[in-house]
Design a protein around this ligand. Structure first.
Ligand code: NAD
Length: 540
């Protein structure tokens, strides 16, 4: 079912200061001076100068600095996790694993593997290679990348894009979310600590208006003035605006947008683990994860047991401040988000859904706490099953069989990730094929995002392009084909000097290479040999 194209609210005006708030208490914990839009031209000019120098630094040396970055991240890991928790509200264990560790691991991965991944690649030739030439694909940096990030993984998302970007020889201007400026500032700080050149990774602070201004400044008619490519992670509505602005200026963009990930529970699933995965996958980071479990389709035969277990597990969860090690679930990021989730729940109930547990505010804990909810009797007429739910809600839908589960999972404009739970691993892999998603996990959820080699990205309303792994790295470079001919003195047969003989030779050549039967190919070869030499150097 298609989600109507929601118009994005216009990017808000750029304020003078950004306040970093603890979402658990609503208290302001830090203030940052916003970057004036007027400062952008100078910032980008510096970025372009830094990039040109950086591109000349040997890849091994760039990777050595990435190794230093890994060490800085390791040394500062505790402090980084604290800031992520205080600014985004997520439990500290999640901040450590899903923000700090992912960045650390990415630095380690690209420090070790980038030389191999970015090595010029020999291109084996299919037919013209017979003409005495060799070819390679060289990977060149894009230039200056504009990274525009969301608040939900305020450290790992930008780091996961910037690390491979600088490995590939790019400079970056990062605009973090206005809700998490502190984490954004830390991104700039750790690159400086590691000894990366000044201006190679710059952080600008501001609202959506600043992100829009970064793109407005750019264009193919203004090389060196703004971004050469935009890496955008955020909502569908903003993604649409970014894509439009980039299209007008003919700038490429990568879009990592929302998700509505389905989890399929087959009758032979390891039920206890499937229930645990559904609960964790749906509620981690308070459900504010692009690849969180947003819909469960469970086969009738095991539905009662599965649902009962999900409710039981949900009842055991503890809400609280993320800095308390006992906390499983923190607050939502802001009041607007809470209201959106409540509206989806109300709409679902009005259409016949039943909330089995949760879904109520907990003002006793703080202004933005919502009890995690398990909802059944849901169908696709409900907003809860169509729109992205950025909150702790687990809607469960009973299905006849796996085929119906796949059909319903695919009935969405989003296509980011999905998971299948079954003891039959082969069947699980087979079911991955018809599922419309950028990633399918069999018997696990979401953890592929932490596998450096695994590409991440979606299709449809979930965006386009990939981050992470080799495919993600290729988004950050211009592939350049370089061809070397070893017969420099020999004029090519197809050059000027067209005549009847050349035409006949060309016909034999095509037949020799591509005629369907071996007999035809031999006949063509004999015909061509009989015509030799049809062209000699310097002879017309
Ligand atoms: P958002 O779209 O509101 O904002 C994202 C970023 O875009 C922010 O930095 C914001 O300031 C900036 N922005 C706003 N208007 C802009 C404009 N006109 N031009 C340029 N930049 C502009 O998203 P959010 O609320 O910060 O993040 C939540 C969304 O991000 C969810 O939909 C979630 O699914 C998605 N997300 C996707 C992935 C993924 O990998 N696919 C990962 C994390 C989050």
């Amino acid at each position: 079912m298609a989600v109507p194209a929601a118009p994005a609210p216009p990017a808000t005006e750029q304020p003078e200061f950004l306040e970093s708030c603890d979402p658990a208490t609503g208290d302001v914990i830090a203030r940052f001076r916003a970057t004036p839009v007027a400062a952008l031209p100078e910032i980008f000019a510096r970025a372009h100068r830094a990039q040109q120098a950086w591109a000349k630094v040997p890849l091994r040396e760039r990777c050595r600095l990435l190794g230093r970055l890994r060490d800085v991240l390791f040394d500062r890991r505790g402090e980084l996790a604290d800031v992520v928790t205080r600014e985004s509200g997520k439990p500290r264990v999640e901040a450590l694993l899903t923000d700090v560790f992912l960045a650390l691991d990415a630095a380690d991965y690209y420090a070790r593997r980038a030389p191999q991944l970015l090595r010029p690649e020999r291109v084996p030739h299919h037919s013209l290679g017979a003409q005495g030439k060799r070819g390679w694909v060289h990977y060149e940096p894009f230039g200056v990348l504009g990274v525009i990030s969301p608040w939900n993984y305020p450290f790992s998302i930008p780091m996961g894009q910037i690390i491979p970007a600088v490995a590939a020889g790019n400079a970056v201007v990062l605009k973090p979310s206005e809700l998490t400026p502190w984490c954004g500032a830390l991104v700039g700080e750790v690159f400086a600590n590691a000894g990366f050149p000044a201006d190679l990774v710059q952080v600008v602070q501001g609202s959506g208006a600043l992100g829009a201004a970064m793109i407005e400044l750019s264009g193919t008619d203004r090389p060196g003035a703004g971004v050469d490519k935009v890496l955008f992670t955020g909502s569908v509505a903003t993604g649409r605006r970014v894509a439009q602005a980039c299209a007008q200026r003919l700038i490429p963009c990568l879009l990592e947008l929302g998700g509505k990930d389905a989890l399929l529970v087959l009758a032979d699933a390891p039920l206890e683990n499937a229930a645990r995965a559904a609960v964790w996958g749906s509620f981690m980071n308070c459900g504010q994860t692009c690849i969180s479990v947003e819909r469960v389709y469970v086969e009738d035969a095991v539905a009662d047991r599965f649902i009962a277990r999900c409710v039981e597990l949900t009842r055991q969860l503890r809400l609280g401040h993320g800095l308390d090690p006992q906390t499983d679930i923190g607050p939502l990021i802001h009041e607007r988000q809470l209201e959106k989730v409540e509206a989806q729940l109300q709409d679902a109930v009005a259409r016949g859904a039943r909330i089995l547990i949760g879904g109520v505010r907990r003002p006793d804990l703080g202004p933005r706490f919502l009890e995690p909810a398990v909802v059944e009797r849901v169908d696709h007429s409900m907003r809860l099953m169509q729109e992205e739910t950025f909150g702790p809600v687990l809607p469960i839908c009973r299905v006849r069989d796996a085929e119906q589960a796949v059909a319903l999972a695919n009935d969405s404009s989003f296509a980011l990730a999905a998971s299948v739970w079954t003891r039959d691993r082969r069947r699980g892999r087979q079911l991955a094929a018809p599922l419309r998603a950028g990633a399918v996990m069999v018997n696990d959820v979401a953890s592929y995002y932490g596998i450096c080699e695994a590409p991440h990205g979606g299709r449809g309303a979930s965006g386009w392009g990939r981050t992470h792994g080799r495919l993600g790295l290729l988004e950050l470079v211009h592939p350049k084909y370089v061809d070397v001919d070893y017969l420099s003195w020999w004029p090519k047969a197809w050059w000027y000097g067209y005549n009847q003989t050349l035409l006949l030779a060309a016909e034999r050549f095509v037949e020799f290479l591509l005629a369907p039967t071996r007999q035809q190919r031999w006949r063509a070869a004999r015909g061509a040999l009989a015509m030799l030499p049809f062209r000699r150097p310097g002879v017309r």
